[in-house]
Write a protein that binds this ligand. Structure first.
Ligand SMILES: Nc1ncnc2c1ncn2[C@@H]1O[C@H](COP(=O)(O)OP(=O)(O)OP(=O)(O)O)[C@@H](O)[C@H]1O
Ligand SMILES: [Mg+2]
Length: 210
């Protein structure tokens, strides 16, 4: 529940700050266009508005993806992971290797979403914290389930400290991954070495009741 609360807070923050801000700026631009007769100023306001709209459309898509990764249904987990990691790597300008093999049926729908969320959090952490020059994401079927490995060659950190979750603002990303994995009776390993990088690996078992 704490995880869900954190996700809602993030969404509220995105809606308020980013989308709210975008509309406020659009309104200011429209008012400027309404008031001025100077064609250059009108064009400047229009161009600024177009670029705000483009950014906002992208943000809304990203937020929708955060709420429910619908391409999981359309593409399947392996392609969704390839697509997501490729896109993020490109955007951040970091060398990215994705090895995402199609997996046999056997994960429950919840487990598919969990795998995708774990990739999202792992990759987001690399882009936010690692200052890495490379990242690599691997998804493959193993005997008992699906294994996800996320590696970077960045700054590294103290896993023990990061997961103690004390301090003013608790870090919920890694703990969230750990909790998700635990719900599925899976495995979670993380190792990190300063100035060498980080390796996160999880295994989510196939659903035996399916
Ligand atoms: N790949 C990484 N490289 C370097 N540092 C990392 C990496 N992943 C995590 N960390 C460190 O571990 C801390 C905890 O990560 P965690 O994902 O739990 O929280 P967070 O990213 O700070 O916040 P959030 O709750 O939004 O995820 C981070 O603040 C960062 O210092
Ligand atoms: Mg995080």
């Amino acid at each position: 529940m704490r995880l869900q609360e954190q996700e809602r807070r993030q969404l509220a923050h995105d809606l308020h700050d980013e989308i709210g801000q975008a509309f406020t700026t659009l309104k200011v631009n429209l008012q400027a266009i309404q008031r001025t007769t100077d064609p250059n100023r009108r064009i400047a306001s229009l161009n600024d508005s177009f670029s705000i709209i483009d950014q906002t459309v992208q943000r809304v898509r990203d937020m929708a993806l955060d709420l429910r990764p619908s391409m999981l249904d359309d593409l399947g987990l392996a392609s969704a992971v390839r697509w997501y990691v490729g896109k993020q790597g490109e955007r951040a300008g970091i060398r990215t290797k994705v090895d995402s093999k199609d997996i046999p049926a056997g994960l429950s729908p919840d487990a598919l979403v969990a795998c995708f969320r774990i990739v999202q959090e792992g990759v987001t952490n690399i882009l936010r914290h690692a200052e890495a020059s490379r990242m690599a994401v691997k998804l493959r079927a193993v005997k008992e389930g699906v294994e996800v490995v996320i590696e970077d060659d960045g700054a590294g950190f103290s896993v023990k400290e990061a997961m103690a979750a004390s301090g003013e603002r608790p870090h919920l990303g890694l703990i969230g991954i750990q909790e998700r994995v635990r719900t599925f009776n899976g495995q979670f390993h993380i190792s990190s070495v300063r100035r060498k990088g980080t390796r996160l690996s999880v295994m989510i078992p196939f659903d035996k009741t399916a």
